[in-house]
Write a protein of this length. Structure first.
Ligand code: DGT
Ligand code: CA
Ligand code: CA
Ligand code: ZN
Length: 586
C-alpha cells in the first residue's frame, strides 16, 4: 500500500467525521497527519515492516498510528466503517462539491436522504433542494454546475498523485525476471496535467506470460482487470489503472512510440508514413512491398526499417525525434518533417522563483528558511509574495505590516548575500479592478504580482474588465494564476484569456504559469498563445513551504507542452537581465 492510499483514506475518515459533526480538534489532527504523510519520503508500509514507531512522526498521534497500522495490515479501518454505517462514504464526494461542504451534505442526507452526487442532481432538478434552509436558487445553480464539473473530471488523476502511486509499480516491474528496458508511455510520458490510466512497456524476449503474472501480483493491486501473454492490467487501491505491455526487443522503440501517443499524433505520423510508401505500427516501420494492398499485410510484413529504438522510428520516416510533451498534433509533426524541432525550456534554465509565501501570511516557513531553500536550488533571486490585506483570514499584509516585513527582508538579505530577495506582495485584485494596497506601497515593491481571490463568479465581461483594469496600474508586473482554476476541483472563472493576453502584450505585463500541480494556470494552450503575442511567461511555484519550491518541474513540463523556449520564460533571465526587465518602465 502506498502512502498516498493511506493519506486518501485518512482524509476520507476526516471528511466523514466532519459531516457527522465530530470534534474539530480531532478532525484537524487527522488532517495534520495527512500533511505529514504526504511529505514523507519513506514508505509507511516499510516503516511498519521495520518495526518503527509511527507516533514519532510529526502530527501523528496514537490513534492515527493505530489506524495506519490497521489499514496497512487489513486493508480497512474499522472506525471508518463504523462512521460510514451512519453516514455513507459516498457523502464525501458530495461534500467536496463546490457550494456543498460538510454541513450541507449532512442536511441533504438527513432531510432528503441524498447519498450520492446522482441523488443530489435528481433532488435539485425536482426543485426539492431549493426550499431547504440554507439553500437558495442561486446556490442550487452553483451546485448543478459543480456536479457537471465533477462528472467531467471523475476518474482522472492529477499528475503528481500518479507519480507517487506509480513509483512502487515501476520498481516491481523492473524486478521481473528477464525484463530489459522498462518505460512509461501514454499521457504520463507526455506530462499531461491529468492522467486517465498509466501505460508501461517492458522489454522481454519470448512469451510474456510470466512477466504479466509477476506484474499483476503487485501488492498494491486492488483487482486485476486482465492478464495474458503480452498485456496485463490492474487497478490499484486508489482506483488508478495501470496497463503493462510486454514487447520484444526488435519492437520496443516502435511500441514506446505508439503507446506514448497521443492518438492524434500517431494518426498524423501514420498519414505521413503512407505518403512515403511506408507503414508504422507498434511493431516497427516497414516498407510496403510493391503492388501490395496495405490492408492485407500482416503486422510485420515488408522490409523492417526501424523498431528497436524510438529515435529510429522517427528517423525512418524522415522526421526529427519529437519530445513527448509536444505529441498532441498541434503542428509538431510538420515541424519534425522540416527537421526544426523547437528549443524547449528545461528545469536547469530556471534562475529564480517569483511567487512564494512565508509565515507573514499563509506560508509555513520563515523568510530566511525560504531564502535558504532557494539558494539550495541554485537560484539567483526570488520574490517573496505574501498576500495583501483583503486576505485577512490568512494574515494578508496591511501597508504597516508590509513595511515591517521589509525590515526583516533587509536583515535576511544582509546575512545571505548569495541571493537577491525581491520585495513583493501578491496583491488582491478587488471587485472593480482596483488593487488592495495603496500606490505608495506598490511603488516601493520590486515586483508587483496581482491576482483574483474573491468574487470568482463574475460574468465574463465584468471579470475581464476587472483583470485588465488591474493590469493597467503602472506598478503591476505579473498577473498570477490568471484563470483561478483548481484542477479537478474548480473550473476556471469566466475570463477572456485572449483579451487578457492582448492587454498584457500592450501593457508589458507578464503572465504566470503557476507550477503548483493543483493549478497549472495558465495552461499549455494559453502559454503557447502568450508566446505568439510576445507576452513573457513566469513559471512560479506559489510555494507555501520549502518543499513547495520543488513543484517548479510541473510548471516547466506544462510550459514545454506549450512550446516555450528559455527566451519565452521570464525567470530564465539572469539577475542583471531580470533587474532590467523590472525597470522596463523607467
Ligand atoms: P489517458 O490514459 O486518457 O490519460 O491518455 P493516453 O494518451 O495515455 O491514452 P490511452 O491510455 O488510452 O492509450 C495510450 C496510448 O496508446 C495513446 O496515447 C495512443 C495509443 N493508442 C491507444 N489507442 C489508439 C488508437 O486507437 N489509435 C492509435 N493510433 N493509437 C492509440
Ligand atoms: Ca494512459
Ligand atoms: Ca491505457
Ligand atoms: Zn494566489
Amino acid at each position: 500500500m502506498e502512502n498516498l492510499d493511506v493519506s486518501r483514506t485518512l482524509t476520507e475518515l476526516a471528511d466523514l467525521l466532519e459531516i457527522q459533526g465530530a470534534s474539530p480538534f480531532r478532525i484537524r489532527a487527522y488532517r495534520n497527519a495527512v500533511n505529514t504523510i504526504n511529505s514523507l519520503s519513506r514508505s509507511l508500509q516499510a516503516m511498519l515492516g521495520a518495526g518503527e514507531d509511527l507516533t514519532e512522526l510529526p502530527a501523528v498521534g496514537d490513534s492515527v498510528a493505530k489506524y495506519i497500522a490497521e489499514l496497512i495490515e487489513t486493508g480497512r479501518i474499522s472506525r471508518l466503517e463504523e462512521v460510514s454505517a451512519e453516514y455513507p462514504r459516498s457523502l464525501v464526494q458530495l461534500m467536496r462539491l463546490d457550494g456543498v461542504g460538510p454541513k450541507k451534505a449532512k442536511k441533504l442526507f438527513l432531510d432528503l436522504k441524498v447519498r450520492t452526487v446522482d441523488d443530489l442532481e435528481v433532488e435539485l432538478r425536482a426543485g426539492r433542494v431549493q426550499g431547504l434552509d440554507g439553500f437558495g436558487v442561486r446556490s442550487a445553480d452553483k451546485i448543478l454546475r459543480a456536479i457537471a464539473d465533477h462528472r467531467k473530471h471523475a476518474g482522472r488523476f492529477q499528475i503528481h498523485e500518479v507519480e507517487k502511486l506509480i513509483a512502487g509499480v515501476l520498481e516491481h516491474v523492473h524486478a521481473a525476471p528477464g525484463v530489459g528496458r522498462v518505460k512509461i508511455a501514454g499521457s504520463l510520458r507526455r506530462r499531461k496535467e491529468t492522467i486517465g490510466d498509466v501505460d508501461i512497456i517492458a522489454e522481454f524476449d519470448g512469451d510474456g506470460t510470466a512477466v504479466v503474472d509477476h506484474f499483476v501480483a503487485y501488492s498494491g493491486a486492488e483487482r486485476i482487470s486482465g492478464a495474458g501473454s503480452t498485456k496485463g492490467s490492474m487497478v490499484l487501491h486508489s482506483g488508478l489503472q495501470v496497463d503493462l505491455r510486454v514487447i520484444p526487443p526488435r519492437s520496443f522503440g516502435a511500441a514506446l512510440q505508439y503507446f506514448s501517443g497521443s492518438k492524434e499524433h500517431n494518426v498524423a505520423m501514420r498519414t505521413h508514413a503512407v505518403r512515403q510508401g511506408l507503414r508504422v505500427n507498434e511493431w516497427g516501420v516497414f516498407r510496403v512491398p510493391d503492388g501490395a494492398d496495405p490492408a492485407s499485410l500482416g503486422k510485420e510484413d515488408g522490409e523492417r526499417l526501424a523498431g528497436d529504438a524510438e529515435e529510429g522510428v522517427y528517423a525512418a520516416l524522415g522526421m526529427a525525434w519529437v519530445p513527448p510533451v509536444l505529441r498532441e498534433n498541434r503542428g509538431e509533426v510538420e515541424v519534425a518533417i522540416r527537421g526544426e524541432p523547437p528549443e524547449l525550456v528545461s528545469l536547469e534554465d530556471i534562475r529564480g522563483d517569483l511567487q512564494m509565501h512565508s509565515t507573514w501570511s499563509d506560508g509555513k516557513a520563515s523568510i530566511e528558511e525560504m531564502a535558504r531553500a532557494c539558494i539550495a536550488r541554485g537560484y539567483e533571486y526570488f520574490a517573496l509574495t505574501d498576500h495583501s490585506q483583503a486576505m485577512a483570514m490568512v494574515g494578508g499584509l496591511t501597508p504597516e505590516r508590509a513595511r515591517e516585513q521589509w525590515l526583516e527582508i533587509a536583515e535576511v538579505q544582509a546575512r545571505l548575500p548569495e541571493i537577491l530577495i525581491l520585495r513583493s506582495v501578491e496583491v488582491d485584485i478587488l471587485k472593480d479592478g482596483s488593487l488592495d494596497l495603496p500606490d505608495d506601497v506598490l511603488a516601493e515593491l520590486d515586483v508587483v504580482v496581482v491576482s483574483v481571490h474573491s468574487l470568482m463568479d463574475q460574468d465574463r465581461r465584468t471579470m475581464t474588465d476587472r483583470v485588465i483594469r488591474a493590469m493597467r496600474h503602472p506598478s503591476v508586473d505579473i498577473l498570477a494564476h490568471p484563470t483561478g482554476r483548481l484542477i479537478n476541483r474548480r473550473e476556471p472563472f469566466e475570463l477572456d484569456v485572449e483579451a487578457m493576453l492582448e492587454a498584457a502584450a500592450e501593457l508589458s505585463v507578464a503572465v504566470e504559469l503557476n507550477a503548483n500541480p493543483n493549478r497549472l494556470d495558465l495552461n499549455d494552450l494559453h502559454v503557447h498563445r502568450a508566446k505568439e503575442l510576445g507576452v513573457p511567461v513566469v513559471i512560479s511555484t506559489d510555494a507555501h513551504s520549502p518543499r513547495g519550491l520543488a513543484d517548479m518541474r510541473f510548471g516547466v513540463d506544462q510550459a514545454r507542452r506549450g512550446w516555450l523556449s528559455p527566451a519565452d520564460v521570464l525567470n530564465t533571465r539572469s539577475l542583471a537581465e531580470m533587474k532590467m526587465w523590472l525597470g522596463r518602465r523607467g
